[in-house]
Design a protein around this ligand. Structure first.
Ligand code: C6P
Length: 410
């Protein structure tokens, strides 16, 4: 059944920053894959935390300490509900990058040696690539990559070949931040588990935009960031299968993650606290909880439908722009992210010219240098959509691209 449509015009009213004037024009924000804008409810939740509840968590016997702990643990419950996870498996980290580093160091580094292989893909963000190179340096394990096809999908034949012994871990993105490709992660997890291979999914570009049910997908690890899903910067989530987290040593050590400390020896707290050393980002958790409430109120299935429809509209309109090359699949397995180049115009110039018209896009390698090499480009321009974007925003981008062509004489 099709989800109800959302009214992006009404939703825009919840995001005060969208009233900003940029270069004399009303802001058109098409860079949500980098970070999303924040609704008033999130901004107010952070402010309310500091105004009425600021204290440290899991320590205080006083009222503010209890309020802060309720907010922090309430955020964990909210996140767990959103993604269908056991709250004991929800570890608060700084961002997706830290979540993946946690798994690289506390899981892979501890277990793998030269006889083992980690498999990644050519479309990974550096955050899901560099940590595995580091593990290779530390353990001598092998690291191989599933190639990306010319239409921006994972090579099926190589996937089958690489999801076999000696592979021990597959680390793959759910949605590509450059191509918008939605990878068939449910099938990949099933295939990998059939061969006894653990799976980490980078969900940074998925959780904000589409329903994600970890109970159904059943990954071993799944990482995402609050700041791409209407929440604040500084807090993210690593989901880990509780039995695995239980077995793993801590990533960072110090206060808050211990059970008993003597001068000789320390024992660890229960999960997830074992992985949350030091004072956490409590204000961030307050914002994240409000972001989850906000997205649930709008309805993630409606956010997904809106992203699909806007991307289809953008594809149709961009096909009218002379000299434009689009990267990535254009079909049902593509979501919310449109990368392209204009013939004869460097993507940074494209970014600068559209910015003059108040349109914010990203230009560069998008932290995916190996993918750029595979696409035989040094950089692309990238527009990315979210629940507050409208067809008018796409039209503003397209008009600005015609202007870029005029300036560069194409
Ligand atoms: N991509 C982009 O503009 P952090 O920075 O840890 O919150 O997220 C890292 C990350 C990991 N995986 C994927 C698929 C991502 O898209 C990102 C962040 C931003 O594409 C900033 S480089």
């Amino acid at each position: 059944m099709l989800a109800p449509t959302l009214d992006a015009g009404l939703i825009r009213l919840d995001f005060p920053i969208l009233k900003e004037q940029v270069n004399g024009r009303e802001l058109v924000y098409l860079d949500s894959a980098a970070t999303s804008q924040k609704p008033t409810a999130v901004i107010e939740a952070i402010s309310a935390y500091y105004t009425h509840a600021n204290a440290n968590v899991h320590r205080g016997v006083h009222v503010l300490g209890e309020r802060a702990t309720e907010i922090f643990e309430g955020a964990r419950e909210s996140v767990a509900r959103l993604v269908g996870a056991d709250p004991r498996g929800v570890v608060f980290v700084r961002n997706t990058t830290e979540g993946i580093n946690l798994v690289a160091q506390a899981y892979a580094r501890e277990r793998f040696g030269p006889q083992d292989r980690i498999v990644c893909t050519e479309m990974e963000h550096h955050s899901n690539l560099v940590p595995w190179q580091r593990v290779r340096e530390q353990t001598g394990c092998q690291l191989e990559f599933i190639p990306v096809t010319p239409d921006g999908r994972l090579d099926a034949e190589a996937t089958v070949r690489l999801l076999q012994a000696p592979t021990r871990l597959l680390a793959v993105t759910h949605v590509s931040n450059v191509l918008g490709t939605i990878n068939p992660v449910e099938e990949l997890i099933r295939q990998a588990h059939g061969e006894g291979i653990r799976v980490l999914i980078d969900g940074a570009q998925a959780v904000p935009h589409m329903p994600v049910d970890l109970a159904q997908l059943d990954p071993d690890f799944y990482a995402f960031s609050a700041h791409k899903m209407c929440g604040p910067t500084g807090i993210g989530v690593l989901y880990g299968r509780p039995e695995l987290l239980d077995e793993m040593p801590p990533f960072l050590t110090g206060g808050s993650m211990i059970s008993v400390v003597t001068l000789e020896k320390t024992t660890w707290d229960e999960i997830p606290h074992k992985f949350e050393a030091g004072t956490p980002d409590i204000g961030g958790a307050a914002g994240l909880r409000a972001a989850v409430d906000y997205l649930e109120k709008v309805g993630i299935p409606s956010v997904f439908r809106h992203g699909v429809e806007l991307t289809e509209y953008a594809d149709e309109m961009l096909s009218e722009v002379p000299g434009l090359t689009r990267y990535g699949p254009q079909g049902p397995d593509q979501l919310g992210i449109v990368s392209f180049n204009l013939e004869g115009v460097h993507p940074h110039d494209v970014g600068t010219i559209v910015d003059r018209a108040g349109v914010a896009i990203r230009a560069g390698h998008h932290c995916c240098q190996p993918l750029m090499r595979r696409l035989s480009v040094s950089a692309t321009a990238r527009a990315s959509f979210y629940l507050y974007n409208t067809r008018d925003d796409v039209d503003a981008l397209v008009a600005a691209l015609f202007e870029a062509n005029r300036i560069f004489g194409s």
